[in-house]
Structures are given as C-alpha cells and as structure tokens.
Design a protein around this ligand. Sequence first.
Ligand code: PEP
Ligand code: MN
Length: 339
Amino acid sequence: MLVVMRADATREQIEAVIGRIKSDGYDVHLSTGVERTLIGIIGESPTPLREDNYSTMDGVDQAVRVTSPFKLAGRNFHPEDSTVHLKGVSFGSRQKIAVIAGPCSVESREQIIETAHAVREAGATALRGGAFKPRSSPYSFQGHGELGLEWLAEAREQTGLAIVTEVMDPALVPMVAQYADMLQIGARNMQNYTLLNAVGVSHHPILLKRGMMSTIEELLMSAEYILAQGNWNIVLCERGIRTFEKYTRNTFDLNAIPVLKDISHLPVIADPSHAVGKWEYVEAVARSAIAAGADGLIVEVHPRPDEALSDGRQSLTPKRFKSMMEQIRQIAQVIGRGA
Ligand code: PEP
Ligand code: MN
C-alpha cells in the first residue's frame, strides 16, 4: 500500500503515519519528493492492511493499494529517477549516456590493458571483462578468477576507467567487490536468490542483466531482492531474450527499454552484443537502444576478435567500437542527451 501525503502535510503528520505503520507491524519506504511525500508500506504482518486506517489520518491525501508485485523497484513507491554513481561514471536519466566496453573475458594482463586504453580513447566510460565466466560447457574457458581481477585493477590504475565484472558465487561477493566498481549479475544468475541477497547486502553498485527467459516483471522482482536488502545502486540491463528466431543469438527486446523506464525508476542500459551475437549487427541495435531511451550500453570489444577465448563472434574491434561511439553521440544529441 502507498500512503500519499498532502502537499501541505507537516513533519509531525508524516511521523504519525510512519509510527502507525510500524505499530501495525510493517516496514516503511519513505519517498520525499519535491511536491509531496509518499510512504510505502512493505513487509508482512498479521494486522490486515486497510486503506481507511491510514487515509483518515491527518495530512493524508489518500491510501492506495499497489497491486504490482514489485514495490521498491516500481515508480509508485519511488517516482523520481534513480541515479547510480561509480568511480567517475553515473547512470540515470539526467546523466550522459554511459558506455561500458571491453572483452567478454579477461584473457591476459596484456589483452585487458590494451583493450582498456583502446576503449577509453574511443570514449568508453567504464571497462568490462569477465574473470569468472558462466560458460555453457564446463570444458570452455572459465576465466582467470582472482588473477583476472588483479589485471582489471591494473587496467583501471592505468586508464582511470571504472571496472565492471561478473560475480557468480555468493561466497565470493566480498572478494570480487574489493576489486570491482560494479558487480555484474549475469543473465543465467538473474534468479539466483542467494546471490541477489549477497549483492544486496554488499551495497556495491550492481549491473543486473535480464535472464534470457525472464519477463520484465521477473527482472524487476530480482531487483526487488537487492533493494529489499537496502542496496539501491542497481542498473538494469536488457541483453536479449530467447525466441524462436535462430539467425541471431537472442532477440533484443527493444520494448523493454521504454517499459522499464516507465514502470521503474532504476537506470536501464542495453547489451547489444549478447542480444545479437554477431558483431555486424551490434552497432544498429546499440543505436536503437539509445534512441529508445536507454541510459547506456555494455558492449564487447576485443583487439583481435578472431583470437578471443569467448564471444569473439560478437566482439567489435576498437576501430568499429570508435565508429559506434560516434554514432551513439549523434543519436544522443538528437534526443537531447550527451554521450
Ligand atoms: C557477459 O556479459 O559476458 C555475459 C555472460 O552476459 P549474459 O549473462 O548476458 O549472457
Ligand atoms: Mn560475453
């Protein structure tokens, strides 16, 4: 339920409503907007929730039931756009387009450092690279683990780029967070609730990718797990879903961008690389995502895609990435945003 306070409600009246909610056994999510204060009622309690209990209190405009299963992730409870800040980069509607770029996997110290310099020169705002890789086959390259994180940290030192990397194991969240500026939850782990709770407790910025067979609502319910632990630093990512279409690796759900921006306050970015799986289509999908209102991109770039240990087929060379960035800047300008 959401208690909407009148614009002229006093602090005492707001406090009284909060006190009543707490004494009824519920938790409170307070959203103090420019115009008015919204008080979200969350959690479980044996006391039945009745609109009248709150709508008749002084200073209350109305009490409304929120029927969507996600609360903290939704705009009802939190109408203002959220912004997620990490080292030198901000994600959100009022920010410039943020572009995370780098190889699928951290393959060697030289490879990640070379790529970091190349993507920074082309205008990327953060560096990606997997040290723990979720591979379909146990015989495929699984990543260099902590050594890969050390190389990423060195790349950050040399270029100043923030680091985004995947964490797969709840027990490793504190260790990965020591190196990374942003923790990626991969598509395959979007509904790993133990992992979601662990990154929620960490309070580190999170990049939450949509599961390849998950609905938009399921993505927001996963964000809700992280939010419920008190971590509000979440960026959502549309990375393509599985459909009957075989020509591309996945089907990019462009609809998800305006839908997520409408129903959630969280920043939204797009991953055109995993969505299409072929480098020659990455640029077009990247342009469409920005035109549709995405707050940023995560793009795979490799200095020698033919030699990549994972996802070479969809990786842009630094030269192609540079050309993509130039196009993104133009689109961003047309829709009144910088990049
Ligand atoms: C990746 O970012 O390299 C990755 C594995 O992505 P996803 O989880 O979206 O498949
Ligand atoms: Mn990849």
